[in-house]
Design a protein around this ligand. Structure first.
Ligand SMILES: NC(=O)c1ccc[n+]([C@@H]2O[C@H](COP(=O)([O-])OP(=O)(O)OC[C@H]3O[C@@H](n4cnc5c(N)ncnc54)[C@H](OP(=O)(O)O)[C@@H]3O)[C@@H](O)[C@H]2O)c1
Length: 326
């Protein structure tokens, strides 16, 4: 579901890259895209608008078409004996639905009852970075400021950013329709729905990170920001640990942790960046150093491809674990 979107389109490509052992694949989107043909590892497939009980009989249904679509159709998939692997926010905080990052809490998958939720595209890389530190040192407080790419808000904002870049280059006034502000040449600390004084994204990152790490009381401070980057979410993170940690030891620990590539030679201008992580499934981590402002503080910076590890790759890994389970 949502096969023509930013996350869904990437998912279809990743199924092919990983030679996902599907015997049949059906692609769905809204009426707008019905009839389009998409190239997949099982050949060209026509996108259809979902009607009736078309999803009945499917073993696995990936949902990447927004929370409303998931709420409407995922329970039917589960009732019919399939598994809905949901990329939307619909079930992430539902206690009866596991919220899974395979590198962090694969055991949670065992409790599924036909729906599995995937965290948001910042919470996935953040938990991959925090989990080894939590195990080795304990976490006392986490502060994060994000730098989130346009594709994180879907193909609509990605297209708008490209048009704004063209307009700016041509000396024309760029316009904003999808987002409240022109993103090109700008940095926007908003654009999400507000929940009180916090953006909905900040609330999600905190709640989902706590849930995946099974640390409901973890103290966290998050500011989410949209930047004029096509692909790749980044974050500056300050972590207060329960005990002392040497940056070199943290580097060794993270280098040995699943899903992480340490890129940390700032003197040689090597550090994580969206341009270098785009197209990869690793979370790049660098700028690892002591935080002089806090006891047992470590500061670092990460970048991850929001469409791959932040969305599609995580969902496909979940499905691969489901296959191993059966
Ligand atoms: N982008 C990311 O980095 C990211 C990361 C994590 C999670 N997600 C989640 O993935 C989902 C999709 O986000 P996106 O960024 O891929 O958005 P997008 O680029 O705007 O794509 C949305 C997709 O959903 C389809 N769709 C929309 N309304 C539908 C409806 N009523 N019935 C059936 N299909 C419908 C669209 O079909 P048409 O082509 O026909 O319009 C399109 O395929 C969201 O729940 C989002 O929270 C996205």
């Amino acid at each position: 579901m949502g096969a023509t979107g930013a996350a869904g389109g990437t998912l279809v490509r990743i199924l092919g890259e990983r030679a996902f052992p599907a015997s049949a694949l059906s692609l769905y989107a809204s009426a707008r895209s019905a009839g389009r043909r998409v190239s997949t590892h099982l050949g060209d497939i026509e996108v259809r608008e979902l009607s009736g009980d078309a999803l009945r009989g499917a073993d696995i249904v990936f949902f990447a078409a927004g929370a409303d679509t998931s709420r409407r159709h995922a329970p039917g998939v589960a009732d019919a004996g399939g598994v809905a692997v949901d990329k939307s926010s619909a079930y992430r905080m539902d206690a009866s639905v596991p919220l899974v990052v395979p590198e962090v809490n694969p055991a949670a998958l065992g409790r599924h009852r036909g729906i599995v939720a995937n965290p948001n595209c910042v919470a996935i890389p953040l938990t991959i970075v925090l989990a080894p530190l939590q195990r080795a040192y304990g976490l006392r407080h986490v502060t994060a400021a994000t730098y989130q790419a346009a594709t994180g808000a879907g193909l609509g904002l990605a297209g708008e950013l490209e048009a704004q870049a063209r307009d700016d280059a041509a000396g024309l006034a760029p316009t904003a329709h999808v987002y409240p502000h022109v993103l090109h040449g700008n940095v926007v600390p908003g654009g999400w729905t507000m929940q009180g004084d916090d953006t909905e994204e900040e609330v999600k990152v905190i709640a989902e990170t706590r849930r995946v790490l099974d640390a409901p009381e973890l103290a966290m401070s998050v500011t989410t920001v949209r930047v004029p980057v096509a692909i790749g979410h980044s974050a500056a993170v300050w972590i207060e640990l329960e005990g002392p940690a040497d940056p070199d030891a943290v580097r060794v620990l993270l280098r040995a942790s699943p899903g992480i590539a340490v890129v940390d030679d700032p003197a040689a201008q090597r550090y994580p960046m969206p341009r270098s992580v785009a197209g990869s499934d690793d979370v790049q981590v660098g700028r690892i150093r002591r935080d002089p402002g806090r006891e047992h503080g470590i500061a670092l910076f990460f970048s991850a491809d929001n469409l791959r590890k932040g969305a599609a790759t995580n969902a496909v890994q979940v499905a691969e674990l489901l296959l191993r389970e059966t």
